[in-house]
Design a protein around this ligand. Structure first.
Ligand code: ADP
Length: 258
């Protein structure tokens, strides 16, 4: 389509230093948003300047995960000022829709929204911009692949076979669009028990299998731990709320590979 080569924002050009990473999953509920929030915070702990763009339009949750609330505010140039929480700059739908109101836009509107999240937001200088993508292989994920060719992708899956299969379909779309996949993160991999034992609630091997199929690294296996959910519910990602936990440690290790 015409105009596809014109970047929406300088950040999108190939030689701009901001690393843009889309966080994708085949289906909902595998922890994609949780992983996005924690990787963002982990990257700030490594001294990086980090932004999060919540493109999970229907299921937006980054405001809650960061404990950040309130309507969008604009600067003098009428650009939206990202919220700032836990050192992360954040733009999410909750800034634009009243509480408890559903977003009912259709495909083309979503693409427009993403464009506006780039052009109409006063992003500060960032080392990393993480985009929380909607689950599945829908319009927005394709839009990202086509309109932000420099974006790389991280795939989140659980160890479970079905989650892996749908994640593979998401990856297939990305690969057809020539989007680089930097790796797979397996979430909810196991419950850590005493004596180093592991309870594999959702089975075994899904992340490894997906990574092998795609010929990309398995970036890490995040344990299923109550502190992860508690941190999220309290608006402080586990990397900060329980830094001594295995989950927090794993997020930091993954951030180092990004
Ligand atoms: P998605 O974005 O893929 O739909 P979420 O990030 O919203 O998934 O996670 C789904 C639920 O699982 C949330 O309640 C979240 O707190 C919880 N959760 C995610 N990852 C973990 C984990 N590693 N340990 C414990 N709870 C988790």
């Amino acid at each position: 389509p015409p105009g596809l080569e014109i970047p929406w924002s300088p950040m999108l050009s190939e030689d701009h230093p901001t690393v843009i990473i889309g966080i994708a999953s085949g289906k909902g509920g595998v922890g994609k948003s949780t992983v996005t929030a924690n990787l963002a915070v982990a990257l700030t702990r490594l001294g990086k300047r980090v932004g999060v763009m919540d493109m999970d339009i229907y299921g937006f949750s980054q405001g809650r995960l960061f404990g950040a609330d309130g309507p969008a505010r604009a600067n003098q140039e009428q650009k939206v000022i990202p919220m700032h929480a836990h050192q992360v700059h954040l733009v999410t739908m909750s800034m634009f829709v009243p509480k408890n109101q559903a977003v009912v836009w259709r495909g083309p509107m979503l693409g427009k929204m993403m464009q506006q999240f780039f052009t109409d937001v006063a992003w500060p200088e960032l080392d990393y911009l993480l985009i929380d993508l909607p689950p599945g292989t829908g319009d927005v994920a394709l839009d990202v692949a086509q309109r932000i060719p420099k974006a790389r992708l991280v795939l989140v899956t659980t160890p479970q076979q079905v989650a892996t299969e749908v994640a593979y379909r998401a990856a297939d779309v990305a690969q057809r669009a020539h989007q680089r996949i930097i790796g797979v993160i397996e979430n909810m991999s196991f419950v850590p028990l005493a004596h180093g034992e592991r309870l594999e609630v959702f089975g075994h091997g899904g992340g490894q299998e997906l990574a092998q199929t795609l010929d990309v690294p398995l970036l890490g296996q995040i344990p299923l731990e109550p502190v992860v959910r508690e941190g999220s519910d309290q608006g402080t990602p586990v990397v900060l709320s329980a830094p001594e936990s295995l989950a927090a440690e794993t997020f930091l290790q993954i951030a180092q590979k990004m």
